[in-house]
Structure formats: structure tokens, C-alpha cells
Ligand binder design. Structure first.
Ligand code: SF4
Ligand code: FES
Length: 356
């Protein structure tokens, strides 16, 4: 079927339309043809680092990376040939041989693209001897992110997410050959680097090389219920998924493809959910009497607030009162707050504490 007048190519023998600028991978995805990816990060510059997305294109001497090959008119693409599967299997075997991927204890067990590919290709043992690679100690020197480079497949997604998606530019790929690894400036700890701990690197890591520190050992991916919600911090309204086990949040991730954050979260949205379980959290209204607070019912507290508003407006007019709506309120609550001040109290003294 010709989707646009931009161009037509043959995908596994079937005519499909494409829009100029689309890659072979994007054309395949639009047409429901699965091509595995590891390094590919949607809407970011393709790096072609892992080659797992290789496909056969008629007339090309070698297999091409679908994620970085532009679709062109008349192209004949094959995604499932024997040559393609042999190459993909070899890539997976090499990746498995190049690190220490202990699935049993890995935090990413059940949520790992490498594990999925190993399963798909029935790879039951390590095909190649491990190269002489340094043993990397697990780096958990900060409260947010744990790094285990013995599981890193050097796909570069974390680097791209840091540099291109959230533009913090805190990490890069350092060293050469078998010693290559993801490093901060000067290969120091995250704590001493430019990292702002947004955790975007963790979000995009396709294996268990980067994981949330707090969530470790608290719930496997298949054990948690994913609850979509709006981030309770500033007014941007980022969409997030709470991973909940036994009524407790074990980690927070971003909703992919949802506005306004499109898969991104900041440090607060991703990591700062402990306040929910704080023992210091106020759960009962408190009324101040002289220098003391005493617990009150909601009815009593609300009646007191209403009577004070009436009293002040009665004696000094509506502009004697002002309201500041909380950034954690929903849009609907903030709307009602301004209605209360403007329409009921008759004052425009109403604002919001975070208008970002
Ligand atoms: Fe890829 Fe994860 Fe390694 Fe970064 S840490 S290069 S995202 S495997
Ligand atoms: Fe295409 Fe990695 S997904 S090269």
C-alpha cells in the first residue's frame, strides 16, 4: 500500500510507502515488522553502535543497520533471512561473551533486551572465551544510581540520553578497545561529576548495567504493578509510571511517548518519592492555639478558615486576602482555587508557586 507520495520500497517482498527522512527501521516499525534494537534511541541521532538491527538490502555488499540507513525509493529490504539471523545471533553471542551477565541476581532480569535476544536465539552457553577485560567493582557511591560495568554492552544509549536527550553532558565513552567503558569526566564517581542524577541513563539502559539504587532487591519487573500518574512536583505535569509492589512504590519510570516529558524525568520526579512514607507527614489538620498546634477534624479546620476569610474580607475588603496555589495541585484544583478567589472573594490576589 502506498502511504504517501514520498516513496515506495519493498519490505520482505511487500510494497510499502515511506516519508522522506525515515530510516529502514522506522518504515519497518510503521508496518508492523519487528527488527530488534539495542543502541537505537527513538528520535535521537542514530549511532549504529550495536548492529543488531542488521537487515539485507538487495545490491548492498554487506548487511546494513536498519536504524541508521535512510529509506530510499525502490529499495528491497529483507529482515528475516538466514544471513540476517546468523549475524544477529553472532552479535548476541559476542555481547554475552564480553561481560559478566548473571541473570539470576541481575536487577534487570525479566526486563533486559539482551536476555530477550539470548532467549530468542536459544543461546545456552558462552560461545567465546571472555577477553581480558578489567573487573569492574559495582559503583553504588550515591543514593540514586548503581553502575555495574561488567554488565555493560557499550550500546551508548546512556551517553546519548545524557548528551542529547537531557543535555547534561556528564558522561561519555572512555578508553579504547576491550577497556572501553562509560565514564564521567576524568573517570571519577558520579558524585564528583557534572551528573545531576536525573536518572535518564538508567531509564534507557537496555540491560542491568545501570539500575536505581533504592529499588534494588525490592521487586522484579514482573512482580510490580505499573500505575500511570502525573508527577507531583512542579507544574510541568510529567507523565510517570509508579512500579508498585505490595502497596509500596519500588521505583518510578517515565511514560514513553507521552507529552509533555516524552520519556524524561528529573531527579525529583524519578527518585524523590520517599515523602509518601515519611512519618513526619501531616495526616490530620492542625489548629494553632497560641504557640501550640492541636489536632482537629477537617470540618472544624475548614470552618475556621472560612470564618477567618469572612472576617478579614468584612473588615478590610477582598484585597486584604491572597491565595497561593500549591504546585503539587492538579490543574483542576488550581482552577477551582482561582475561581474561589476571583468569583467568590472578588480579588485578583491569586498566584501559583511554580509556573514553570
Ligand atoms: Fe548501554 Fe547501559 Fe552500558 Fe550505558 S551502561 S552503554 S546504556 S549497556
Ligand atoms: Fe541499530 Fe544498534 S539498533 S545499530
Amino acid at each position: 500500500m502506498k502511504a504517501t507520495n514520498e516513496g515506495v520500497l519493498l519490505l520482505n517482498g511487500k510494497e510499502v510507502g515511506f516519508i522522506e527522512g525515515q530510516t529502514v527501521l522506522e518504515v519497518a516499525q510503521v508496518n508492523g515488522v519487528h527488527i530488534p534494537t539495542l543502541c537505537h534511541l527513538k528520535e535521537m541521532t542514530p549511532t549504529g553502535a550495536c548492529r543488531i538491527c542488521c537487515v539485507e538490502i538487495k545490491g548492498m555488499r554487506t548487511l546494513a543497520a536498519a536504524c541508521s540507513t535512510p529509506a530510499t525509493a525502490g529499495m528491497e529490504v529483507f529482515t528475516e533471512t538466514e544471513k540476517v539471523h546468523k549475524a544477529r545471533r553472532l552479535i548476541v553471542e559476542l555481547l554475552v561473551s564480553s561481560g559478566q551477565h548473571n541473570c539470576i541476581s541481575c536487577e534487570a532480569n525479566g526486563n533486559c533486551r539482551l536476555q530477550d535476544l539470548v532467549y530468542f536465539y536459544h543461546i545456552e552457553k558462552q560461545a567465546f572465551a571472555s577477553p581480558e577485560v578489567p573487573l569492574y567493582p559495582t559503583d553504588a557511591d550515591n543514593p540514586f544510581i548503581v553502575r555495574d560495568f561488567s554488565k555493560c554492552i557499550l550500546c551508548g544509549r546512556c551517553v546519548q540520553a545524557c548528551n542529547e536527550m537531557v543535555v547534561n553532558r556528564a558522561i561519555t565513552i572512555g578508553y579504547r578497545g576491550a577497556k572501553s567503558k562509560v565514564v564521567t569526566g576524568g573517570d571519577g564517581s558520579y558524585m564528583g561529576s557534572d551528573c545531576v542524577f536525573c536518572g535518564q541513563c538508567v531509564e534507557v539502559c537496555p540491560v542491568g548495567a545501570l539500575v536505581e539504587n533504592k529499588g534494588r532487591g525490592t521487586g522484579r519487573n514482573w512482580e510490580t504493578k505499573k500505575v500511570r500518574t502525573t508527577c507531583p512536583y512542579c507544574g510541568v505535569g510529567c507523565q510517570q509510571l509508579l512500579h508498585v509492589k505490595g502497596g509500596k512504590i519500588v521505583k518510578v519510570t517515565a511514560v514513553q511517548d507521552a507529552q509533555p516529558n516524552k520519556g524524561r524525568l528529573c531527579i525529583k520526579g524519578r527518585f524523590a518519592y520517599d515523602f509518601i512514607y515519611s512519618k513526619e507527614r501531616l495526616t490530620t489538620p492542625l489548629i494553632r492555639e497560641k504557640d501550640q498546634f492541636r489536632e482537629a477534624s477537617w470540618d472544624e479546620a475548614l470552618d475556621l478558615v472560612a470564618s477567618k476569610f469572612k472576617e478579614i474580607i468584612g473588615s478590610d475588603g477582598p484585597d486584604a486576602v491572597a491565595g497561593v496555589s500549591c504546585a503539587r495541585s492538579t490543574n483542576e484544583d488550581s482552577y477551582n482555587m482561582q475561581k474561589l478567589f476571583r468569583a467568590v472573594f472578588k480579588t485578583n490576589n491569586i498566584d501559583h508557586c511554580a509556573r514553570t
